[in-house]
Design a protein around this ligand. Structure first.
Ligand code: UT7
Length: 323
């Protein structure tokens, strides 16, 4: 059977970089707290570009570097929790902007698992033969849904986009996946609430437009579910930890990754982290890391890697990929 291969990967982050020190001029925080609790040193923040704008940059880069014609793209999927609109989808805005006339397009809402979920959906369309070329992007402009007075969230997140061009391949590519959700804890991480209000119904209380998170609860959830999820995936595939060259986790907190590595009995050096540069970019964080690794030449043909997302929903998901 045909597999789905990653033909190319690329990224785009807004130019404006904000250090912890700069942030502490606006918010009651400091570099020592942020870095020691999270591993974050800086983040890229949008100076006006919206989520679709940064996705379009990624899509253009992917098309250009692979010599693909826009009309050859069959499918565009964007994982995001910070779309420009509820409708149109971000993916449709990208489709229009790049002239991918033959593509169908939609967004996936799975927060920090958004890239893994989106890849999973695109993988099925390619494996089934329905699509030959797909673009999958994880993108967020989280700065527009931050409460910049809430130091418990606003110091953590950043803006960015990254994605992959997918096509059928004979060997390697996406080998296996394991996705999950725990809706009973859904309200531990929320954003952009919209209560019912119409001519017959008066709104019951205010909407909390901003991203809100029970950080401790998500920390405990992540350090439990991620090792179980990754171990389950490796067991299912009969792959040992030694055979995995890198694990690319969602970049939320380096302390989470320390615990995950310890529980999996894997050296922490196998976990690729770049959150010191970008902060937590939700659906964008895994492809941003992959694109950086690709640029550095860290990924060689045949390498087996695992990507693993976790966060709002609550959701999680891992994938075994042979590069
Ligand atoms: O991407 C989606 C998934 N999200 C995650 O995976 C996030 C998971 N959670 C975390 O990474 C951590 O829980 C946080 C980084 C969010 C918080 O770290 P923590 O060690 O759990 O800190 P805390 O919330 O328990 O706060 C400890 C103290 C509090 O002060 P008191 O009550 O002990 O006096 C906070 O008020 O740190 C204080 N604090 C801050 N101080 C300076 C909270 N935020 C800040 C801040 N600067 N920015």
């Amino acid at each position: 059977m045909t597999n789905t291969g990653i033909v190319a990967i690329d990224c785009y982050a807004p130019q404006r970089v904000v250090t912890n020190d700069e942030l502490s001029r606006f918010v009651d925080t400091n570099d020592e707290w942020i870095y020691s609790r999270t591993g974050i040193k800086k983040r890229h923040l949008s100076m006006g570009e919206n989520t679709s704008d940064i996705c379009v940059e990624v899509a253009k880069r992917l098309i250009e570097k692979t010599g693909t014609k826009p009309e050859e793209i069959d499918l565009i999927v964007v994982g995001t929790i910070s779309p420009d609109y509820a409708t149109p989808s971000t993916a449709c805005l990208v489709q229009g902007a790049i002239g991918a006339l033959n593509a169908f397009a939609f967004d996936v809402s799975a927060a920090c698992s958004g890239f893994v979920y989106s890849l999973s959906v695109a993988d099925k369309f390619i494996k089934s033969g329905q699509c030959k070329k797909a673009i999958v992007i994880g993108a967020e402009v989280l700065s527009k849904i931050m409460d910049w007075k809430d130091r418990t969230t606003c110091v953590l997140f950043g803006d960015g986009a990254a994605g992959a061009l997918l096509a059928p391949c004979e060997n390697g590519g996406i080998l296996a996946e394991s996705l999950g959700a725990k809706g009973e804890d859904a309200l531990k991480l929320t954003a952009s609430e919209r209560k019912v209000e119409n001519i017959f119904v008066e709104k019951d209380g205010e909407n909390s437009n901003y991203l809100q998170m029970d950080g401790r609860a998500i920390f405990n959830f992540s350090t439990k579910v991620v090792p179980e999820n990754v171990k389950g995936l490796m067991d299912k595939c009969g792959v040992s930890a030694d055979e995995i060259k890198y694990v690319i986790p969602h970049q939320a907190n380096s302390r989470i990754i320390d615990v995950v590595a310890r529980k999996l009995k894997m050296p922490v050096e196998k976990f690729y982290l770049n959150l010191s540069e970008y902060g937590n970019t939700s659906a964008a964080s895994i492809p941003l890391a992959l694109a950086e690794m690709d640029k550095k030449g860290l990924l060689e043909k045949g390498d087996k890697i695992i990507i693993v997302g976790f966060g709002g929903g609550l959701t999680w998901g891992s994938m075994l990929i042979q590069w």
